[in-house]
Design a protein around this ligand. Structure first.
Ligand SMILES: Cc1cc2nc3c(=O)[nH]c(=O)nc-3n(C[C@H](O)[C@H](O)[C@H](O)COP(=O)(O)OP(=O)(O)OC[C@H]3O[C@@H](n4cnc5c(N)ncnc54)[C@H](O)[C@@H]3O)c2cc1C
Length: 469
């Protein structure tokens, strides 16, 4: 019988474990599987806290249904009936700029009417089709890309807030091709973003007219989808379906060593585990520590992947204390506005049941790569700063009747310029370590959909390696 160990019980590790177990069953391979998680609770960044009638997400609040991976996984797990789709408010997003919340334009006419971007900024944006495409072979930062194609104002007011909303990242350091490969591809293929949007819209019409399944889309699109009881449902269902597998929580893997009679020995804080295959689904910095003796080169590359920190602050209010309408997803704040937070999501407006009747739940994000020290602020200071922003931006003066905060010291991996080269070095390094596979959000996408897609690749690769042994 072969032995495989999966290290890390976040969505990446749990999904990999499930998929590997299924593949082994399908192929008739006898496999003893163990999943090791450092924390007492499985789920990693996914955690939904039901408290005082509010449902607070301390990490992700959903995934987009435009990619099949997570939805298919839910169907396989028999969890589809527990899904909860966000309502239409989720499409109304705002940017705080010039002292007001500006609705993010969704199309050309609304963009022209919007006061978010000045007329010179709009004109600069309109020049986009005339900007030559990028032909250099060097990795381009998101900021350089934004300035080059769309102009400085669009970079500051549109791209930078989006980068902080998704990665809690700094566009000056992040790599376009690693963070948004589709955008880089559109530029390469169509010569520009506006040209790509026009061509893809035409293609979509033709496909619709021909009764074909529509495949052309410029962006991610899709509906934000979660679960009635929060995203934690996904990790809970996965754990409950990993029957027959050894699940070790509260156990930390310290080191991966060559095994003598077996390929690898994992040294944990509570003993040793032997295995033919070790899939590391822990963050890059944790993987680096585990591999520091076995492969100093791989460990040093893993250590080059930085992480941004973030604090999530949930405030509950009586609805009547907020005078403005809350029909929307929430807002992001460009750095130049010099506020305390990165933005606030109106969670109870997009998902029913996130707050008790007559109450609302607002979830503010603070910190990120541009404000790395904010995560260390004391609780009272964080609450004070979030309240200050809510007062200026949403006119909320009253103290919240409910407040919870969650600190993530290493929240989100940053795909900075050079990330692609680092991935290539990791592939090369791991090729010399047959039976060791890296997966998780540190490499090829941070969304839940990306993590599930990476889990498929890890399970396939794991199966292939087991068959060779
Ligand atoms: C605040 C926040 C909001 C987000 N919002 C969204 C969103 O709305 N939609 C979306 O799609 N994505 C979102 N994301 C991103 C998404 O949540 C993550 O990318 C994803 O959950 C990461 O899963 P993972 O399993 O790769 O890593 P993790 O969840 O970090 O899991 C890794 C696991 O490895 C364990 N581990 C570490 N070291 C060891 C060791 N030595 N031994 C054993 N175990 C170890 C850790 O304890 C952890 O449980 C958000 C992230 C954050 C932080």
């Amino acid at each position: 019988m072969k032995r495989a160990v999966i290290i890390g019980g976040g969505i990446s590790g749990l999904a990999t474990a499930w998929l590997l177990q299924r593949r082994a069953e399908q192929e008739g391979i006898e496999l003893a599987l163990t999943l090791v998680e450092k924390e007492p609770l499985m789920g990693g960044k996914i955690r939904s806290i039901r408290d005082d009638g509010y449902l607070c997400e301390w990490g992700p609040n959903g995934f987009l249904d435009s990619k099949p991976q997570t939805l298919d996984l839910c169907a396989e797990l028999g969890a589809s009936s527990r899904l909860l789709r966000s309502n239409d408010n989720a499409r109304k997003r705002f940017i705080y700029s010039g002292g007001i919340l500006n609705r993010l334009p969704e199309n050309g006419p609304s963009f022209l009417k919007s006061s978010l971007i000045s007329w010179p900024g709009k004109l600069r944006l309109a020049m986009e089709p005339f900007i030559p495409k990028y032909t250099a072979s060097t990795d381009e930062s998101l900021a350089a890309f934004g300035r080059r194609r769309l102009g400085d104002e669009a970079l500051r007011k549109l791209i930078a807030p989006m980068v902080s909303g998704i990665f809690a990242g700094n566009p000056e350091t992040m790599s376009l091709v690693s963070c948004f490969p589709r955008i880089a591809e559109l530029e390469r293929e169509y010569g520009g973003l506006i040209k790509a949007m026009i061509s893809l819209a035409k293609k979509k019409k033709q496909e619709q007219a021909a009764g074909k399944v529509v495949s052309s889309a410029a962006g991610p699109g899709g509906v934000l989808t979660s679960f009635r009881d929060g995203t934690q449902t996904l990790s809970e269902i996965l754990v409950s379906r990993l029957e027959g597998m050894e699940l070790l929580s509260g156990v930390e893997v310290k080191e991966v060593r060559k095994g003598g009679t077996v390929p690898y020995r994992l040294i944990t804080d509570q003993g040793e585990l032997e295995c033919d295959l070790a899939i590391i689904a822990a963050p890059a910095y944790a993987a680096a520590e585990m591999l520091s003796q076995l492969s100093p080169g791989v460990a040093s590359t893993l250590n080059e992947i930085p992480y941004s920190s973030m604090t999530v602050v949930c405030f509950g209010y009586d609805r009547e204390l907020i005078s403005r309408d809350l029909d929307g997803f929430g807002y992001l704040i460009p750095k130049e506005e010099k506020r305390n937070t990165l933005g606030t999501l109106w969670d109870s407006s997009i998902f029913e049941n996130r707050a008790p009747t007559g109450k609302v739940l607002l979830r503010s994000m603070m910190g990120g790569a541009c404000f790395p020290d904010y995560v260390k602020l004391p609780d009272e200071e964080i609450i004070k700063r979030v309240r200050a922003d809510l007062k200026v931006i949403m006119g909320i003066d009253a103290p919240p009747s409910f407040a919870r905060l969650f600190r993530h010291e290493q929240a989100i991996p940053q795909y900075t310029v050079g990330h692609g080269k680092r991935l290539a070095a990791l592939s090369e390094g791991c090729a010399a370590l047959p039976g060791i596979i890296l997966t998780g959000n540190s490499y090829r996408g941070i969304g839940l959909n990306d993590c599930v897609a990476a889990a498929h690749r890890a399970a396939d690769e794991g199966m292939a390696q087991l068959k060779k042994r």
